[in-house]
Design a protein around this ligand. Structure first.
Ligand SMILES: Nc1ncnc2c1ncn2[C@@H]1O[C@H](COP(=O)(O)OP(=O)(O)OP(=O)(O)O)[C@@H](O)[C@H]1O
Ligand SMILES: [Mg+2]
Length: 245
């Protein structure tokens, strides 16, 4: 299609046709996601029943049922991540007041068991930090990064540290760890959808959605998301959020 040769009227007609097509495709995706979610929840429910039918919960048949549940949960998470990304493009940012410690309390509830079993310590600022933005989106930023730290940090991971700085225009939130580093060639790429660093993610399941969500949400807050690492040990994620939302 040669848009340059079109008249204004033809161009408007073309845009309207494309808009209709986009709305139609969005509807298909919505229906598909809705039905897929229903099927996956049904698979999880049936697999749990199957698991309970085996006398030995550690035996090979019960383990197979557990594996199905685990895979179905990943599929469910993928659907939730897709919904989060699609909705963020459509919905206005809801700005509210909250504190960093509220976020940290939720993170501790979600991750404390895993951190304890891995002997990983979560260090946080010891003073009150007031933030403005979408609390649920900021929580998802932290959640994805900390989940990644635990997934890819490796056996050297001992500490995850949440830090805070500010400039007149931005809040600067940092999440650093002492686990496996990220090589330079992957440091930017990992924020793209479905891009994974083979050095750290080999044999660890994941869809490559988490950091795309992190960047999308940071940008919705007028900010940025980047990763810093010397490539050998430790990664620092730096998230900026505009103070003027
Ligand atoms: N803290 C980290 N240390 C080392 N590598 C990391 C770390 N965080 C992310 N990565 C690398 O970045 C990749 C992309 O992360 P991202 O969260 O986007 O996707 P994922 O974890 O693979 O899948 P998902 O989050 O959708 O379950 C990971 O696969 C991993 O290779
Ligand atoms: Mg992830």
């Amino acid at each position: 299609m040669n848009y340059a040769r079109m008249t204004k009227k033809q161009l408007i007609a073309e845009i309207e046709k494309k808009d209709k097509r986009v709305i139609f495709l969005e509807k298909i995706i919505e229906f598909l996601i809705h039905d897929l979610k229903r099927f996956i929840l049904s698979i999880i429910g049936h697999s749990k029943k199957l698991h309970r039918m085996y006398e030995n919960p550690e035996g090979p048949k019960a383990s197979m049922a557990s594996k199905i549940i685990e895979i179905a949960r990943y599929a469910d998470r993928l659907i939730e991540d897709s919904i989060a990304l699609m909705e963020s493009g459509r919905n206005e940012l809801i700005v509210e007041d909250f504190t960093l410690s509220e976020i940290i309390t939720t993170l501790r509830t979600l991750f404390s068991a895993k951190m304890k079993s891995r002997d990983v310590e979560l260090l946080v600022p010891n003073y009150e930090i007031k933030l403005q933005g979408s609390k649920s989106e900021i929580l998802l930023i932290f959640l994805n990064i900390i989940e990644n730290n635990l997934k890819y940090g490796g056996k050297n991971l001992n500490v995850i540290r949440i830090g805070y700085k500010e400039t007149p225009k931005f809040h600067i939130l940092t999440i650093s760890n002492d686990g496996a580093g990220i090589k330079e060639e992957y440091r930017e790429k990992i924020f793209e959808l479905r891009e994974r660093d083979k050095n750290t993610s080999d044999s660890i399941p994941g869809s490559g959605f988490g950091l795309a969500i992190v960047r999308e949400f940071a940008e919705r807050h007028g900010g940025t998301a980047i990763a810093k690492s010397d490539g050998i040990r430790g990664v620092k994620f730096v998230i900026t959020i505009s103070k003027n939302l």
